[in-house]
Write a protein that binds this ligand. Structure first.
Ligand SMILES: NC(=O)C1=CN([C@@H]2O[C@H](COP(=O)(O)OP(=O)(O)OC[C@H]3O[C@@H](n4cnc5c(N)ncnc54)[C@H](OP(=O)(O)O)[C@@H]3O)[C@@H](O)[C@H]2O)C=CC1
Ligand SMILES: O=C([O-])C1=[NH+]CCC1
Length: 344
């Protein structure tokens, strides 16, 4: 990637590579090995660069806290099992999900090219980030990619009266002709838990209709959500059904924990959900009929004609281009928090 800034810090802006180095150093300082630290740091810097602030450097404290208390193993060596012609299982061994996915990447791409499909089922993993960094590179390699990950008990299933599901995002990426992949990535809760934490920190209220307090009454107070309250799913029963699907694929199928199954209450400092992740790859070269790439462009052209101005991921790509030219903005307080993590 071309970066305009090479110094560790230019005012309150930092170039991508020095940010990755800084985040890597923090994670190594807190017990991750260089390989794992490098993968998580890069992922985290990508989120910050693309303006996904709920899963960028804001999350470093959570990674560090989970490492410090031994909840997640920053030196775990994931193990891959070549289970079937189109199926890889990966045991993350209580480490982060991203190194486990990295381990399976080459095998899964080969399987998808050969058979048309490939599934990656990761269990025993911790995922604290956005999902688009996991799927976008596969689309960059010409594959359609779908992924789901479950998280921790904080969302009430539609029709229920207590939290059970995680915030459970779904991500989908499709290759484009001569353009960045078309990607969407969204929580199945009305808003992610990260947005609740950010609102609490900033002293802001939540939008109406997204959460309940500890008594099940609607609330816009982020502290009430974080202290015994819960989120709702987006779109009532529809988001709830998708969230259920995420639990079934990311945990039920992979062998990971459902969001309500792992108990971190007695584990002070644990902040990374210990669950599973599922990824499905499809090679459109096997589809036959009209070339898929042409069909993608036709649909996008028709959407534009229907008045659509913003496609999913447009905002991220715009932020990415800006960061490549100007560096990544880090506020003074955020920088101080990172420096404290590096020293502490
Ligand atoms: N690891 C975990 O367990 C969890 C992670 N998360 C992560 O949190 C992140 C944020 O989730 P969420 O708040 O639901 O995401 P948003 O609602 O902000 O965005 C969801 C998707 O819709 C796109 N989008 C947003 N607004 C528009 C619009 N007006 N027109 C067209 N497309 C639009 C976004 O593109 P763009 O990106 O360009 O804005 C994105 O692809 C995700 O990356 C998710 O993976 C969430 C829950 C749990
Ligand atoms: O924002 C969110 O909901 C989460 N991010 C990582 C785990 C849950």
């Amino acid at each position: 990637m071309q970066q305009a800034h090479t110094g560790a810090r230019t005012g309150d802006r930092i170039a991508f590579d020095p940010l990755v180095e800084l985040l890597t150093a923090i994670l190594v300082r807190h017990g991750a090995n260089r390989h794992v630290a490098g993968i998580i740091a890069r992922n985290c810097a990508m989120c910050e660069r693309d303006g996904c602030t709920s899963h960028g450097i804001f999350r470093m404290a959570g990674y560090v806290s989970s490492l410090d208390c031994g909840w997640v193993d920053g030196t775990a060596v994931p193990v891959i099992e070549d289970a079937a012609p189109a199926y890889c299982r990966v045991d993350a061994k209580n480490g982060f999900a991203q190194p486990a996915l990295e381990l399976a990447r080459k095998t899964a791409v080969e399987k998808a090219r050969h058979t048309g499909l490939a599934a990656i089922a990761i269990r025993g993993s911790h995922h604290l980030s956005a999902l688009w960094p996991d799927v976008e590179p596969f689309a960059g390699d010409g594959l359609i990619a779908f992924s789901v990950v479950n998280s921790f008990r904080c969302t009430v299933p539609h029709g229920g009266d207590s939290p059970l599901f995680g915030t459970n995002p779904v991500a989908f990426a499709v290759p484009r002709q001569g353009e960045e992949p078309l990607v969407f990535d969204m929580a199945t809760s009305a808003i992610p838990n990260g947005d609740v934490q950010i609102a609490a920190r900033a002293g802001q209220q939540l939008p109406g209709g997204v959460a309940v307090d500890a008594n099940g009454a609607p609330t816009t107070d982020p502290d009430a959500v974080l202290n015994g309250g819960a989120l709702l799913t987006f779109g009532g029963h529809k988001g709830s059904a998708l969230s259920m699907m995420v639990e079934l694929l990311a945990a039920g199928l992979t062998g990971g924990h459902f969001s309500h199954e792992f108990d971190w209450s007695g584990h002070d400092g644990a902040q990374t959900p210990h669950t599973g992740q599922f990824v499905l790859l499809i090679d459109p070269q096997h589809a036959g009929g009209r070339p898929f790439g042409d069909r993608v462009e036709t649909l996008i052209k028709d959407m534009r004609f229907a008045g659509v101005q913003r496609l999913p991921a447009d905002r991220r790509y715009r932020n990415r281009r800006r960061a490549e030219q100007q560096g990544i903005h880090i506020g003074v307080e955020e920088r101080a928090r990172l420096d404290a993590l590096l020293e502490g």
